[in-house]
Design a protein around this ligand. Sequence first.
Ligand code: AMP
Ligand code: ZN
Length: 115
Amino acid sequence: MEDCLFCKIVKGEIPSNKVYEDEDILAFYDINPATPIHILVIPKKHITTHNDIKEEDSKIIGKIHMVINKIAEEKDFKEKGYRIIINCGEDGGQEVKHLHFHILAGKKLGEKIIG
Ligand code: AMP
Ligand code: ZN
């Protein structure tokens, strides 16, 4: 996707502060952190929104969760906990149209919508 910000980050055309990378997945620090630790995890493949995940993407989505666990351990917030958020579409408040998982950590989150 030519005009996609996160595809440009994957290609290295826009710099990012990388946390993890493999052939399928990239994780980097959010440029405007909402919490002391705010990391975005994305599939390198362009998937526009959560609605666009296909059966063939199941493996990569599962792998993203394993990568999140690895990052939580490495960055030392595994035990304290964290929140994973996916914003989808207009009502979900998704601004960047390339599927991404927000990892929010480093403080006790109080603004719960559910729970
Ligand atoms: P969303 O609102 O779920 O689409 O989240 C998009 C996120 O991308 C926001 O938290 C932004 O701060 C973040 N963001 C936008 N541009 C960049 C960038 N160049 N590098 C890192 N994070 C970015
Ligand atoms: Zn993209």
